[in-house]
Design a protein around this ligand. Structure first.
Ligand code: GLC
Length: 557
């Protein structure tokens, strides 16, 4: 049976950087309402809204202190209801972020949990006995430092894989799970259209919380085989599906750091009744550091053959079994055109379109992160003072200041490539001061290139990156070949071009793309009278692929 989200395109809105309506320098829900016509024009089906729940904002809303209230700086519940209503009137669905691997330390559950060991909420979190100088195990937090914080009064540590203000919820506690399901039903009953589930692969912690073998690896990605995909995760997802998701027609998207294709076959498997699709991290973590102590921080560019191998593995691995989420970037990743394309004046436009074409013609549900549809670039910051993200700031303190593993200059170069703040600079609406984002002082600097890259210039220009995205979205809406066709990779060893086919009934789509600034010749028989469906150049030169050229042909058998 076909599902509504299979031919959908999802647009990610990071509210604090999207549109400010009241001049406080922070985006808000009223701002999103004001920009619905823009989102509608693009043609997407769904908005995924990053967290808008009440939060002390230690991690930009991923530390929720009230699951059923709105962060005052974003508006109130009445504004949220209006957004939902206005979006629905335009046939745009709203998917909420669901942050239930951890909560804020200011959530009343955690406040009660800390009161005493026999408080009913104590067991809603993961507490372990210990003494101030003896940590329960060697796990590190993704945001630097140990994953444990000691509470003097209780004489116990609580676990937090992220900031110490984000204690991990204990999914082995049934009452806690029931409270989460109740909250999810409350939102779905309100009429939202599903959840993007934050850090959901981390819900189930391994029995006994064993040490990570190499302590140098403890802090970062290499700990994931131990920390992620715990043995009971599938059961919790099934339970959540049975008790909540199966009763609604919403979409469920799991953010699954560390998960492998085989895990995803289970989580998204049609007969498994767990999730509809997941965000996997493989293609955005293909350049691991030889020195594990540096974690994710480096400035190496990914090799095209590695990128192709990873994307192809997921295309084949989930074909007809599960479903892929397709993304190049989001609020945690640098901008696609800077990372995988070429953001120089000469090639930004064409390489942004090339990336769009390659991603949107794969099998799965494509995601567009706000500003990607304009070809927005990394921030190109040069000083630490420009950063706001706690992951970035903590890493600087730990790796540069405390441990002196790399020089400040080098770390700033790494940040300029992959800090999360590259994606969090305000949306570039027009060329007026502050890019039309706010009338006040933006909470994070606007990228100075807004004078050249902005929505106002692009929306009505038929040759813009925006119009190219519009076209790709409308092609997907009309084509079962794009939605359901089987994937076939062509020439995996080709380190310059990424070409693939999609097959559906008697139709084949041939997709060709050049990831370099050189002209290439590639012959897949495309020149022999096939119909050119879309291209990022204005004319077709057959076997020639000009710099960053991308095109697709329909081949009828
Ligand atoms: C997810 C979010 C990220 C957040 C983290 C902790 O990875 O996408 O922004 O910092 O979880 O909630």
């Amino acid at each position: 049976m076909k599902k509504w989200w299979e031919n959908a395109v999802i647009y990610q809105v990071y509210p604090s950087s999207f549109q400010d309506s009241d001049g406080d320098g922070i985006g808000d829900l009223e701002g999103v309402i004001n920009r619905l016509p823009y989102i509608e024009k693009l043609g997407v089906d769904v908005i995924w809204l990053n967290p808008v729940y009440k939060s002390p904002n230690v991690d930009n809303g991923y530390d929720v202190s009230d699951y059923e209230d709105i962060q005052p700086v974003f508006g109130d519940m009445a504004t949220f209801d209006r957004l939902l209503d206005e979006a629905h009137k335009r046939n745009i669905k709203i998917v909420m972020d669901l942050v239930v691997n951890h909560s804020s330390d200011q959530l009343d559950w955690f406040i009660s949990s800390k009161k005493s060991k026999d408080n009913p909420y104590h067991d809603y979190y993961i507490w372990k006995n210990g003494s101030p100088d003896k940590l329960p195990n060697n796990w590190g937090s993704y945001f630097s430092g140990p994953a444990w914080t000691y509470d003097d009064k209780l004489g116990q540590y609580y676990l937090h894989l992220f900031a110490k203000e984000q204690p991990e919820l204990n999914w082995r506690n049934k009452a806690m799970r029931q409270d989460v399901y109740k909250m999810m039903r409350w939102w779905l009953d309100k009429g939202i259209d599903g959840f993007r589930m934050d850090s959901i692969s981390l819900l189930d912690k391994p029995v006994g919380l064993p040490d990570v073998p190499n302590p140098d690896h403890a802090k970062y990605a290499d700990a994931q085989p131990i920390v992620a995909d715990g043995p009971q995760l599938g059961q919790y997802l099934k339970e959540m599906n049975r008790e909540v998701l199966s009763k609604y027609d919403g979409v469920s998207i799991g953010e699954m750091i560390g998960s492998k294709v085989d895990d995803a076959r289970e989580y998204t498997g049609r007969d498994n009744h767990e999730l509809d699709m997941i965000f996997q991290f493989e293609h955005v973590t293909l350049t691991p550091n030889p020195d594990k102590r540096l974690g994710k921080w480096n400035d190496e560019r990914v090799k095209l053959t590695d990128l192709k191998a990873s994307l192809s593995k997921w295309q084949y691995g989930l074909n007809k079994v599960g479903w892929n989420s397709l993304y190049w970037n989001n609020h945690d990743q640098p901008r696609a055109v800077s990372r995988f394309g070429n953001d120089s004046d000469e090639y930004r436009d064409v390489s942004a379109k090339m990336l769009a074409l390659v991603l949107h013609l794969l099998k799965g549900t494509p995601y567009i992160y706000q500003g990607e549809e304009l070809g927005m670039t990394n921030a190109h910051n040069t000083s630490l003072a420009q950063y706001r993200d706690l992951e970035t700031l903590n890493a600087y303190k730990e790796i540069v200041v405390d441990e002196k593993l790399v020089s400040p200059e080098k770390m700033l170069r790494f940040f300029a490539e992959i800090s999360r703040d590259n994606a969090r600079t305000p949306m570039q609406w027009d060329d007026s001061e502050k890019a039309g984002f706010t009338s006040g002082k933006p909470w994070i600097d606007v990228n100075p290139n807004y004078v050249k890259i902005n929505a106002q210039d692009e929306v009505d220009d038929p040759h813009s990156v925006f119009s190219f995205y519009e076209k790709l979205i409308s092609l997907r809406h009309q084509s079962d070949l794009i939605v359901y066709g089987d994937y076939e990779e062509l020439d995996p060893e080709d380190g310059q071009a990424f070409c693939y086919k999609r097959h559906y009934g008697t139709q084949t789509l041939l997709v060709m793309s050049n990831f370099t600034d050189q002209s290439l010749i590639r012959d897949y028989g495309q020149a022999s009278g096939n119909q050119l469906v879309i291209s990022n150049y204005s004319d077709d030169r057959g076997t020639m692929l000009r710099p960053y050229e991308a095109k697709a042909y329909l081949i009828q058998r």
